[in-house]
Design a protein around this ligand. Structure first.
Ligand SMILES: CC(C)(COP(=O)(O)OP(=O)(O)OC[C@H]1O[C@@H](n2cnc3c(N)ncnc32)[C@H](O)[C@@H]1OP(=O)(O)O)[C@@H](O)C(=O)NCCC(=O)NCCS
Length: 320
């Protein structure tokens, strides 16, 4: 789906010239591709190709799904084979130009109705002008509408995010955590044990490939990141990063959004259920991941899971 390298530079230069103009054009227009595909498939296909170019430039290859796979999700959604859950692919446009994308699944058939947010990416030339924030608002609205249409209430958004490390990777260590903190209102899940020590809730994405001999690829450890929704509104998140955990020690808890360990387990079960449906060969890994999640939730001294700024988790280890 990615453009060959020589073409990539042409596109970047063209968009860059228009940066100031694009930034001043006000709000983007956001369309949900599977819906558009039903009525205007040619146009939808064109927008998809442009959006996939932004997606390919924004994520390293190991974090991406192939264009063919994503196209398959859209086809299933258009054909109504994804009921009652829903795959969405939002495209943001300014002045007729595609400037951003976001994809997510609204999962209503699992234990806790939630949105499993896969990706958000904006064209480099329009970053820091609010386009991704507009995509978040559109995602909330689409998710609420879908849940309402099947008679359930949206409870949370769930994301898999790489834990910040101490490398110079600016996107991993600064931009993504800051964006999720300020705009997605999302943070990582931690529990506090009886001695007051904070622990990350263990989470892994099951290996999604299988070799000819039947071996499943290793699971990937990622941060479980959640944004809570109460009465149709995302729970505000007013805690400054680097104020909760310092050098692996807990400094404060008050004012953090929190959920019960039962709800946190229900959320992870819903996510694992969606992996299980798609990658049935990963069943063993999924069972092992759920056991590890349960073990880590059992550490909680008060039955609570706290939502903390992603940046605060840098010094915490993954523990199974
Ligand atoms: C992360 C990303 C989606 C943000 O898109 P965006 O269009 O710049 O986001 P918005 O303009 O709506 O929001 C900007 C806010 O996010 C935070 N932010 C975004 N980039 C930042 C950066 N480089 N440094 C610090 N904060 C940053 C800030 O809080 C910022 O608000 P401000 O501009 O008022 O300071 C974009 O950088 C991107 O596409 N990155 C590559 C793909 C990716 O990592 N996606 C996220 C993981 S799924």
């Amino acid at each position: 789906m990615c453009e060959p390298v020589h073409k990539k530079f042409e596109v970047v230069r063209l968009v860059a010239i228009r940066k100031d103009v694009l930034a001043q054009l006000g709000k983007s227009q956001v369309v949900n591709l599977p819906k558009l595909w039903r009525t205007e498939s040619d146009r939808a296909h064109q927008l998809f190709r442009s959006a996939q170019r932004i997606y390919c430039r924004s994520f390293p290859e190991e974090e991406r799904e192939s264009g063919r796979v994503v196209h398959g999700y859209i086809n299933d959604e258009v054909a109504g084979e994804n009921h009652p859950d829903s795959f969405n692919y939002l495209v943001a446009m300014k002045a007729g130009r595609v400037v951003g994308m976001s994809s997510f699944d609204v999962l209503t058939s699992g234990e806790i109705p939630l949105t499993f947010w896969g990706y958000v990416a904006t064209a480099e030339s329009v970053r820091r002008t609010g386009v991704a924030t507009e995509l978040v608002s559109a995602m909330v609205a689409e998710s609420e509408a879908h849940c309402a249409s099947v008679g359930s209430a949206l409870r949370s958004f769930f994301l898999e995010v790489e834990k910040p490390d101490f490398s110079s990777d600016e996107m991993r260590n600064v931009a993504r955590p800051a964006f999720h903190h300020t705009r997605s209102k999302a943070g990582a899940m931690i529990v506090v044990d009886h001695s007051g020590k904070p622990h990350l809730v263990y989470y892994a994405q099951p290996g999604m490939e299988q070799t000819a001999s039947g071996r499943t690829a290793s699971r990937v450890e990622l941060l479980p990141v959640v944004s809570l929704v109460e009465a149709g509104v995302q729970v505000p998140f007013d805690i400054e990063p680097n104020t909760v955990i310092q050098s692996g020690r807990l400094v404060r808890l008050e004012g953090l959004p929190r959920l019960s360990t039962e709800t946190a387990l229900g959320i992870v079960k819903t996510i694992m259920g969606s992996y299980g449906e798609t990658y049935d060969f990963a069943a063993k890994q999924i069972a092992a991941i759920l056991r590890s999640v349960e073990k880590s939730l059992d550490r909680s001294r008060n039955g609570s899971v706290y939502v903390v700024p992603i940046l605060d988790t840098r010094t915490l280890e993954f523990e199974r």
